[in-house]
Ligand binder design. Structure first.
Ligand code: BDR
Ligand code: CA
Length: 309
């Protein structure tokens, strides 16, 4: 049975690889739509980038809906210093051929959930959680139709954008708090998990040698110059873990935990507190992934990317 999913995203190079993995897996995943959000770059650019990646995969039947241009409460902060001025530095892709579908991303999420098949919709947020939070607040009736949320965000240890916080939960902490408090099943991939999924230089070279345009674009993105200190071992593949989990859950292990998000304006903004040892005696609200079988993940990812144009 195909799992019906919506990918909410802010491409971003690692988002782009996640999208490509989903495009290459339509034998298993029923990708209803891609919704975009401001994050790595402003939303006009994340939308253009989602369309560029869709063009690359010749997947124009999948609608792309443009979403929120700013977090719920705080001002938008973006990450051009990591992703480059257009968010997809190194991809070498042309401007999109088509346009975003009519209708705001939040309206699309609501409509897709309301029309969901019996087993519901899996939401896959790869960026700040603004669109999901708006949808849940605007239309709480959709919550029972949300089968699960498999999210890239947060950290059990150190953050990446601040010492305390991971980028996605930092950019819109209030939205993250709404989503972690929504009461639906959540699978959380924080940095403790995704930093185990670092594509090595050898694996990136294999992707470049696949001989398809997709491999060339992915190789270009993952070998672009990046600021120092972001890891010389290879390129972190945070967001592809989300799609990989849907396809190959046996590659991941975790634990049910209570998770909260810090919404204050201080140094802890966007910090996720993960009660790994159950000290707070609170009902778990997320399955927190802690280990990733990365070599097998990359073998399977490379196999799938090889099937694209
Ligand atoms: C997350 O932040 C973004 O820059 C990446 O695309 C990923 O979603 C990692 O902290
Ligand atoms: Ca992202």
């Amino acid at each position: 049975m195909h799992e019906a999913i919506v990918i909410d995203t802010d491409p971003g190079q690692d988002d782009a690889v996640a999208l490509l993995l989903a495009f290459a897996s339509r034998d298993v995943l029923d990708l209803k739509a891609i919704t975009t959000v401001a994050g790595n770059v402003p939303v006009a650019q994340t939308t253009a980038n989602a369309l560029r990646i869709r063009d690359l995969a010749h997947a124009d039947s999948i609608p792309v809906h443009r979403g929120a241009d700013a977090p719920l409460v705080v001002a938008l902060e973006t990450a051009e210093f990591v992703c480059g001025p257009d968010g997809l530095d190194g991809a070498g892709l042309p401007a999109p051929a088509g346009e975003a579908a009519p209708g705001h991303a939040v309206e699309a999420i609501i409509a897709i959930c309301r029309a969901a098949p019996d087993d519901g919709i899996t939401l896959c947020p790869l960026g700040p959680l603004t669109n999901l939070a708006l949808a849940f607040r605007l239309a709480p009736d959709i919550l029972p139709k949300v089968r699960r949320i498999v999210v890239m965000g947060g950290a059990i240890g150190l953050g990446n954008i601040t010492p305390a916080a991971e980028f996605n939960t930092y950019v819109d902490p209030h939205a993250a708090a709404v989503v972690f408090g929504c009461g639906r099943p959540i699978v959380m991939f924080g940095l403790g998990a995704t930093l185990q999924a670092i594509a090595s230089h050898a694996q990136i070279a294999r992707i470049g040698a696949l001989g398809n345009v997709t491999g060339k674009a992915v190789h270009g993105m993952l070998t672009r110059p990046r600021p120092g200190g972001l890891g010389s071992d290879g390129h972190p593949m945070h967001d592809p873990c989300i799609i990989a989990f849907l396809l190959w859950p046996e590659l991941f292990e975790g634990r049910d935990c209570f998770v909260t998000v810090e919404t204050g304006e201080g140094l802890l903004r966007g910090r996720t507190t993960i009660d790994w040892n159950g000290r707070l005696k609170r009902e778990p609200n997320a399955h927190v992934i802690a280990s990733v079988k990365a070599p097998e993940l990359f073998e399977r990812l490379i196999e799938r990317l090889a099937t694209l144009p």
